[in-house]
Design a protein around this ligand. Structure first.
Ligand code: KIV
Length: 271
């Protein structure tokens, strides 16, 4: 295992230096204090308070319903847990698109009220004004290209993006634009590995892949998926490190059995 313990606090500058020296960046999502404590203690470089909270925490079908107040609640819980990791927070749907003033207000609330270290938002040229305005306030911004779940109703499916040349070309142009605007990095989601490699080599800022192959500068997964807490979600890109759904269910079965059998609590477990 190679956690870089020399890094006392991960910053956007640290991520840039990691890309420069070819050290891969490990990023996972978290939405609450307990999980963030474990991830930070384990040495994860970046914690993303993703709007995937809308799916895995709140049970919505898409990421669209989650609100800015709810993201701030999740993010502040994560920030309280973290000593070393960089905490990036998603700007939720409807809080930055088409209105750069609103975008700056939303990002400012996340930084002030949650104590986040950076924000992430989805899109390229369409959101350039919002990105510039947020950056002008000194707030670090991470971009997100490829499959952007906030646009699911435009795409119609969660299938791999940018397989056709026209979309691949727009993605290449958007990646360069994100760098020119001043983003410190970008997520590349569910695009062909060859395209992700090309983009990663064409920009100086780090790329973090999810379903984008092994040549990105780092990788991100939704923590509930990699721990096997979610059931029935088995995309090709997902590696499950545990099967917690089953393990927790077994533990709960054991507890129910013990309570019903009057075996819990026993004499040592009472006052
Ligand atoms: O919301 C999220 O969890 C994300 C990752 C999948 C990159 O944006």
């Amino acid at each position: 295992m190679s956690i870089n313990r020399d890094i006392k606090r991960v910053t956007t500058h640290v991520l840039q230096a990691m890309k420069t020296r070819g050290e891969k960046i490990a990023m996972l999502t978290a939405y609450d204090y307990s999980m963030a404590t474990i991830l930070d203690d384990a040495g994860i470089d970046v914690i993303l308070v993703g709007d995937s909270a809308s799916n895995v925490m709140a049970g919505h079908e898409t990421t669209l319903p989650i609100t800015l107040d709810q993201m701030i609640y999740h993010a502040s819980s994560v920030v309280r847990a973290v000593k070393r990791s960089l905490v990036i927070v998603d700007l939720p749907f409807g809080t930055y698109q088409g209105n750069s003033k609103l975008a700056l207000e939303s990002a400012t609330r996340i930084m002030k009220e949650a104590g986040a270290h950076a924000v992430k938002l989805a899109g390229g040229a369409e959101v350039a004004n919002s990105i510039s305005r947020i950056l002008s306030a000194g707030i670090p911004v991470m971009g997100h290209l490829g499959l952007v779940p906030q646009s699911i109703y435009k795409f119609g499916t969660y299938a791999v993006r940018a397989k056709e040349e026209a979309e691949a070309e727009k993605l290449r142009t958007d990646a360069k634009l994100l760098q020119e605007l001043g983003c410190f990095g970008m997520v590349l989601e569910k695009i062909p590995a060859t395209l992700a490699k090309e983009v990663t080599e064409s920009v100086q800022i780090p790329t973090i892949g999810i379903g984008a192959g092994q040549n990105c500068d780092g990788q991100v997964l939704v923590v509930h998926d990699m721990l096997g807490l979610t059931k029935g979600f088995t995309p090709r890109f997902l590696r499950r490190y545990l099967n917690l759904f089953e393990e927790i269910e077994n533990a709960v079965h054991g507890y129910i059995k013990d309570v019903k059998a009057k075996d819990f609590p026993n004499e040592q477990e009472q006052y």
